[in-house]
Design a protein around this ligand. Structure first.
Ligand code: APR
Ligand code: PHB
Length: 399
């Protein structure tokens, strides 16, 4: 597709859709729009290097994989992702494998968001579409009209303006787009724990992800490749990472994941990255105001326990792209329905993430612990219980 034009001498440009934010939501939306013949420009405040190196979640639902494959982004994914049939649930009492393929007919794929971002950026570059990095001062204007525009300062310090038919805020939880929606309704849940996440240069000690309940706190074993493990520990919010030496981390992981029980062992290795992640649920509605649409973390945050954040961003833009294509061709019905239909899925995922989080994270209330263990026993022993988890984890159909 032909590129519509660079900035003119006044620093201005016109396109059909300005997308603010080059996370998975913004990049994939731009790709889906291009496939439908719609031009877009993506504005990103960070550098290309930062965007490509950012470490985030790594689980793709079955329907996310299908969508990415359908739109030509499946080649490296098929080669390098790790298809998993299910997950393990560990408690001090038992180790259970839930086989999602048996339970609901499909599994999930482990594929780092870093890898997906690389695929999306490559596809944008191949498609000749513009991605402007290192912008500052992004501001939205006239979103109540059919002629909205966005202003910003580019990496060289030049003031720029892009006029468009539509602006999409894919700028994550701290971007300016959500603030442009007047009087949004918001819901928020701050969970009373955080995750200490580590990347380690060691082959995963498990073939599929382990979610572990333990009286000392939740632990999880995930992976990025055959040689890189990703592990998490429940820690109190505000934890200072300096309190967690590598030795302390491996000792806690071994205890909580159940090293040595039922023949399962954890192999430690060099830790290459450590960070503390907050656990929060948040929803802002509506996800549309006039010619501004919100997608991904700009509109909602889920705690990471259900691995839903990335998949929800994908689901939003899978719904939004055809709605914008139709709107630009004069049919606004799908665009009018976007906020309500997207929010229904957001709340389903918010509920699942809350359910997984509260089932697995230890509080200081011993009554909670007994409820959690009862719930885990039910999921591990009842096909109905296991199927409910499997259906939500592998993802509901996109459309
Ligand atoms: N101008 C331009 N870009 C901005 C601005 C701004 N003012 N503010 C933020 N951004 C950029 C961020 O730098 C980031 O690259 O918007 C992007 C938002 O990307 P994500 O935070 O990854 O959000 P999203 O694309 O919705 O992804 C959702 O994937 O990364 C995971 O944890 C994330 O689960 C979530 C999901
Ligand atoms: C991850 O691999 O980072 C990951 C996996 C599953 C989760 C959360 C994070 O639920």
């Amino acid at each position: 597709m032909a590129w519509p034009g660079r900035f003119d001498f006044d620093g201005n440009m016109r396109t059909q859709v300005v997308i603010i934010g080059a996370g998975p939501a913004g990049l994939l939306l731009s790709h889906l729009l291009a496939a439908d013949g719609v031009e877009s420009v993506v504005l990103e405040t960070r550098s290309r290097e930062y965007v490509l190196a950012r470490i985030r979640a790594g689980i793709l639902e079955h329907s996310s994989v299908e969508l990415l494959t359908d739109v030509g982004l499946g080649e490296r994914l098929a080669r390098e992702s790790m298809p998993h049939r299910g997950i393990y649930l560990h408690t001090p009492e038992q180790r259970t494998h839930l086989d999602f393929v048996d339970l609901v007919g499909h599994g999930i794929h482990v594929y780092g968001q870093t890898d997906l971002t690389r695929d999306l950026v490559d596809a944008r570059v191949r498609g000749g579409q513009q991605l402007v990095y290192e912008v500052t001062g992004t501001a939205l204007h006239d979103i109540d009209t059919a002629r909205p525009y966005v202003t910003f300062v580019d990496a060289d310090g030049a003031a720029r303006r892009i006029d468009a038919d539509v602006v999409v805020g894919c700028d994550g939880s701290f971007g300016p787009s959500r603030q442009a929606v007047p009087d949004p309704r918001t819901w928020e849940r701050t969970y009373p724990y955080a995750w200490l996440g580590v990347l380690a240069d060691v082959a995963p000690s498990t073939d599929e992800l382990i979610y572990a309940w333990h009286p000392d706190g939740f632990a999880m074993h995930s992976m990025r490749s055959a040689a890189v493990s990703r592990l998490y520990l429940q820690v109190p919010p505000g934890t200072d990472i300096a309190e967690w030496s590598d030795d302390r981390i491996w000792t806690a992981l071994a205890a909580r994941l159940g090293h040595g029980r039922d023949g399962w062992t954890l192999t430690p290795g060099p830790i290459t990255e450590k960070s503390v992640l907050p656990m929060r649920g948040f929803v802002a509605a509506p996800m549309r105001h006039g010619r501004l649409f919100l997608a991904g973390d700009a509109a909602h945050i889920v705690p990471p326990t259900g691995a839903k954040g990335l998949n929800l961003a994908i689901a939003d833009v899978a719904r939004l792209a055809p709605a914008l294509g139709a709107l630009l061709r004069g049919d606004g019905a799908l665009a009018a329905a976007y906020s309500d239909t997207a929010l229904a899925r957001v709340w389903r995922c918010q509920h699942f993430s809350w359910w997984m989080t509260t089932m697995l994270h230890v509080t200081d209330d011993p009554f909670d612990a007994q409820l959690q263990l009862a719930q885990l026993r039910w999921v591990a022993s009842s096909e109905a219980g296991a199927r409910g988890l499997a259906e939500n984890y592998t993802g509901l159909p996109l459309r």
